[in-house]
Write a protein that binds this ligand. Structure first.
Ligand code: MRU
Length: 368
């Protein structure tokens, strides 16, 4: 079967969904911070709860935080209407304040601010919770379709490359549908193609070890985890046929901002002549960021690095704890998007896609 037209498998998990109507519904989330030890589902009916969940990575991954924040605007509008029942202007002001907080609570993934701006715009002037819910659901559906398109395009590219290494978690937990970097792997597996996935543990928060390994096990895909520092040695031994990762932001010039450790992997892959693929939907392409130098990289508390186990680091030890890093475009073999594969991404090869992304991010520009 040609993967580019193959039927898609069901995702191994659906980690978030809106349940109920706009007036009394809730955002249902799988708490990713507790996986794999516990599967706890949260029901969130308050804006502050959703903000907290995004901040503490209970929901994480660029497209997933965008969709969660889009649903967060429904809660913001509901609370604003209740706080100011007789004053529509004050209610609108409160909604905008809530939406702003959602847009800014994590700085690196452009999906977050992009999704909030698009949801508000689609819901029209003085948006009501019902209109915001409809817009958020449409956005979620769009991401599901994008993940399917990435699955097909990426599977066609990867066909015949059995041993694939990935970093962080860019699967169904991180994006509605099949995910981004893992989406092609789910499709190849469903088509009966042999696969062995190498999973970087992804220090310091262990999204690979905890989340990607959990997802791949649910899907029945053979995999093994490794310490991030072992990836280059694995490549040197000839055990990796391709690397595929997701992205939090793809810049106008093709630079990629993704989970810290991605840049080092890209360098190692180039040294060993291994293709380095980045999978991302159009919503992750930021036409306003000319290069990765312009993108704010979130810093996390140093304790994530210091304390793998209680008492690991000497007391008072300083730490460097960026959540993301910047991979220059020239290290990326191909960008797998829902609009097709861009080989050797750069300002020229990305021009058409950046034009499409510009219309998605139109309102974000206006809001700057
Ligand atoms: O800090 P996280 O866990 O939200 O970081 C996630 C990543 O870096 C992913 O690779 C990226 O968001 C793509 S997810 C489809």
């Amino acid at each position: 079967v040609d993967p580019s037209v193959a039927p898609l498998p069901a995702p191994p998990v659906r980690s978030l969904a809106w349940v109920g109507d706009a007036a009394s519904g809730r955002l249902r989330l799988l708490d990713q911070s507790l996986l794999p030890a516990e599967e706890v589902w949260l029901e969130r009916g308050a804006l502050a709860e959703v903000l907290g969940d995004i901040l503490r990575l209970a929901v994480r991954g660029a497209p997933a935080i965008g969709v969660a924040a889009a649903y967060g605007t429904v809660l913001a509008a509901r609370e604003a209407a209740r706080a100011h029942p007789d004053d529509p202007a004050a209610a609108e002001g409160a909604l905008r304040t809530g939406a702003e907080a959602l847009s800014r609570c994590r700085p690196t993934a452009v999906n977050l601010a992009g999704a909030v701006a698009r949801t508000l715009e689609a819901a029209g002037p003085r948006p009501r919770p019902e209109a915001l819910l409809e817009a958020a659901q449409a956005l979620e559906e769009e991401e599901v379709l994008a993940s399917g398109a990435i699955a097909r395009a990426g599977a066609a590219w990867l066909l015949g490359r059995r041993r694939v290494l990935t970093h962080c978690n860019a699967g169904a937990l991180a994006a509605p549908g099949l995910g981004t970097a893992l989406a092609p792997l789910y499709l190849l597996h469903a088509l009966g193609e042999p696969l062995e996935v190498w999973v970087d543990e992804t220090r310091p928060l262990l999204q690979g070890l905890r989340l990607t390994a959990w997802e791949l096990a649910r899907a029945g895909i053979p995999h093994a985890v490794l310490a991030d520092g072992a990836a280059a040695e694995l490549m040197r031994r000839g055990q990796v046929d391709a690397v595929i990762v997701g992205a939090d932001r793809v810049c106008r010039n093709g630079d990629v901002v993704n989970k810290v450790g991605t840049y080092g992997l890209a360098i190692a892959a180039r040294r060993h002549g291994i293709p380095f693929l980045v999978a991302a939907p159009l919503s992750t392409l930021d036409p306003l960021a000319l290069s990765a130098e312009e993108v704010e990289v979130e810093e996390r508390p140093g304790d994530g690095v210091r304390y793998l186990l209680p008492g690991t680091a000497p007391a008072g030890c300083a730490a460097f704890a960026p959540a993301f890093d910047r991979t220059p475009a020239d290290l990326v073999t191909a960008l797998v998007t829902d609009r097709g594969v861009v080989e050797r991404p750069g300002p020229g090869t990305l021009a058409a896609l950046a034009g499409s992304a510009a219309s998605l991010h139109r309102t974000r520009r206006a809001g700057r």
